[in-house]
Design a binder for this molecule. Structure first.
Ligand SMILES: O=C1C[C@@](O)(C(=O)O)C[C@@H](O)[C@@H]1O
Length: 234
């Protein structure tokens, strides 16, 4: 069920949204036959790199999903599986674009993926520029620079996922979401403070807040259904 909601509606939601990350073929198959597994999710992220199905296998499953879809084919240096090069990632994105409401590309790939980004924009698929650091949280100039890059490439939102090594790192992510007024921002921590960070950041202005459906694919995630319950309770 393609493009269930417009990207503008999602990206300008006044409420924090819960994104359910789908990272295996088994979970995609399970969701296609039982939509209730997506309980608590406002949208689903298809991690096309790690789902590891050919487009003619993944598309019919994705077509059965009943929530707006965010498509991602992650760069290997930012957590992507199977060492996919830019051409392979662009093909995965391109072959699922008609089913997507949002698309995630790493800021570092904005140039090499410019054709699929242009195609997404022409279809009103909102493009999120992302940055991931599985070791640390970089300095404030780098964190703020992510937004500058996203604006430079005319992307619709920016997302930052970093590993928190201290409460001060979390404070800096909170400052980032609170201060970024130019475009929608999503921020989340990984590591020991990851779970706490995802609650606080969602309440402080992070638009897209990732949990998992099926199996976790990042350190510090909540199950998406639990994340939604906790955010509602806070
Ligand atoms: O970039 C992100 C965020 C994430 O890594 C997380 O930390 O929850 C999960 C990924 O699937 C997604 O693409």
């Amino acid at each position: 069920m393609p493009q269930l909601d417009s990207s503008k509606n999602l990206l300008h939601s006044s409420q924090p949204l819960v994104v359910g990350a789908v990272s295996s073929a088994a979970t995609l198959e399970a969701l296609a036959s039982d939509p209730s597994l997506a309980e608590g999710c406002d949208l689903l992220e298809l991690r096309l790199d790690s789902i590891d199905l050919a487009p003619d296998e993944s598309r019919p499953l994705a077509q059965k999903l009943t929530l707006p879809l965010l498509i991602t084919a992650r760069h290997p240096e930012e957590g992507g599986l199977y060492n996919l090069d830019a051409t392979e990632r662009a093909t995965l994105l391109d072959t699922h674009l008609d089913l997507a409401t949002l698309m995630d590309v790493e800021l570092r790939s904005a140039l090499e993926l410019e054709k699929v980004i242009a195609k997404a924009k022409a279809r009103n698929v909102g493009v999120i520029g992302s940055f991931h650091d599985f070791n640390a949280t970089p300095g404030d100039e780098v964190l703020r620079g992510a937004g500058d890059f996203a604006l430079q490439f005319k992307l619709e939102a920016v997302k930052v996922a970093t590993t928190l090594q201290s409460p001060n790192d979390l404070a800096r992510l909170i400052q980032l979401v609170a201060a970024e007024k130019r475009l929608p921002v999503a921020a989340m921590g990984m590591g020991n403070l990851g779970r706490a960070s995802r609650l606080v950041l969602a309440k402080c202005g992070s638009l897209l807040n990732y949990g998992y459906v099926g199996e976790s694919n990042a350190p510090g995630q909540w199950a998406a259904s639990e994340l939604k319950k906790l955010l509602n309770a806070l």
